[in-house]
Design a protein around this ligand. Structure first.
Ligand code: ZN
Length: 204
């Protein structure tokens, strides 16, 4: 394994831990795909968490602007699945703190825990295990922007874009590997459905 794992090394690690699965999947949004990824399955092993988080932190160090603000940096995640990555990156770059947002229920807005308040001007790095639709990360960024924090970058282990992935404009964006799954807007347009392959519903 390289100091910054190559995309092939990352994909191999995801496959051997069962985090990356081939098949025929249906997302709650109705999208169908030939590939499904659940990064926390790979992060169950501490050594994997370390390898991936340290690799990601090395990419971040290459950005001199982010490197200069590391002691002041807050690492903020949009859901608890990103926490192993966030703490691993925090340890590797000696950032100031980690905190996260959450939803009480899926239909409720993202929010921080009581008394957790981003400060005006606070430099913030958004971190998660994966960027797929980007909807949670976009909601998190809006929450931080509204509090006056300064979002300086976005870092995830895996970038798995869908046809509907949101854009984060010119925000510096870091990831260890990009996965190009095949997506179909719904069952009626799905090649795998047409071939009669059994479909598995995934939760997220
Ligand atoms: Zn299908």
């Amino acid at each position: 394994m390289h100091l910054i794992p190559t995309p092939d090394e990352v994909v191999a690690l995801l496959r051997e831990t069962g985090a990356l699965r081939d098949g025929h999947f249906e997302y709650p949004t109705g999208l169908h795909s030939n590939e499904y990824l659940q990064v926390p399955l790979a992060l169950r092993r501490y050594q994997n968490q370390r390898t991936l988080a340290v690799g990601l932190s090395r990419l971040l160090r290459a950005n001199s602007e982010i490197r200069a603000m590391m002691p002041e940096l807050s690492i903020v995640v949009p859901a608890t699945a990103g926490l192993p990555v966030a703490y691993g990156v925090c340890e590797a770059i000696r950032a100031r703190q980690v905190y996260w947002a959450e939803r009480e229920r899926d239909d409720q807005p993202l929010r921080f825990r009581q008394y957790v308040e981003p400060q005006p001007g606070e430099p913030v790095l958004l971190v998660d295990d994966i960027l797929r639709s980007g909807s949670k990360l976009a909601a998190l960024k809006a929450l931080l922007d509204a509090a006056g924090a300064r979002v300086v970058g976005l870092a995830v282990i895996i970038h798995q874009p869908t046809p509907n992935t949101l854009s984060f404009g010119s925000l510096p964006f870091y990831y260890l590997a990009k996965l190009d799954a095949r997506y179909y807007v719904d069952g009626a347009h799905c090649e795998l459905c047409r071939r009669g392959e059994p479909v598995e519903k995934v939760w997220v």
